[in-house]
Design a protein around this ligand. Structure first.
Ligand code: ATP
Ligand code: MG
Length: 205
């Protein structure tokens, strides 16, 4: 049987335990062989604030997943040099030998609820199984409004609720409130050493 691969896309600015928990719970529940984290390059969905340089976000994602045998990080969207789209990333994995029945694209519920703004979203069910992890503040009732092709392709995974976001972590870092235990220790150190999130920003979700 072919390998079952989870793909977890995100800005990861910074990566935090909510991302890691969602990936791990989906891996476990769907019996995935591994999960690949795919940091965005230029994200079409984050136009309202300056995003931390891609290499810093990549480094933090590596630090957070190092030593976890089933987790890895892909540079594919970082190296693409143009806005990242999930449909293109999935096609790359398929060209690399994955099969649609073995690809699982993992998002949190907030991201999934805006899927109808993604490029070629109606093609996604042909390329992978869509997986959404529950997220505090977002109701499963919102799924009702999604196109039926998406709903049919969707698996919902209820995860332990962790009300944490990168937005909150950036705010805490900027204001000198602690971020310990919200991000892996090595990520916390990286943020300190590189003085990330010191400047004010336009808040986003
Ligand atoms: P930001 O606040 O900057 O939007 P974020 O915490 O939402 O950051 P992203 O990089 O935007 O992180 O999210 C990547 C993916 O991880 C998305 O699919 C998002 O829904 C999911 N995700 C992020 N945090 C959580 C969480 N606490 N629980 C479940 N899913 C999450
Ligand atoms: Mg987000």
């Amino acid at each position: 049987m072919s390998e079952k691969i989870g793909i977890m896309g995100g800005t990861f600015d910074p990566i935090h335990y909510g991302h890691l928990l969602a990936a791990e719970e989906c891996r476990h529940r769907l019996a995935l062989d591994r999960v690949v984290f795919v940091p965005t390059g230029t994200s079409p969905h984050k136009k309202n604030r300056p995003v931390t340089p891609p290499e810093d976000r990549y480094a933090m994602t590596l630090l957070a997943t190092a030593g976890v045998r089933e987790f890895s990080v892909s540079r594919t969207e970082l190296d693409r040099g143009r806005p990242s789209h999930t449909v293109d990333t999935l096609r790359e994995f398929l060209e690399g030998g994955a099969v649609p029945s073995g690809l699982f694209f993992i998002t949190g519920l907030d991201a999934l609820l805006s899927i109808d703004t993604w490029k070629d979203h109606l093609l996604l069910p042909d390329l992978c199984t869509l997986v959404t992890a529950t997220r505090p503040g977002y109701s499963l009732a919102g799924l009702e409004t999604l196109p039926s092709a998406i709903k049919r392709a969707l698996k919902v995974v209820e995860i332990p609720q962790f009300a944490i976001s990168s937005t909150e972590i950036r705010a805490r870092a900027r204001e000198g409130r602690g971020i310990r235990f919200l991000v892996p220790h090595l990520v916390e150190n990286y943020i300190k050493c590189h003085e990330l999130y010191k400047d004010s920003e336009v808040l986003c979700t």
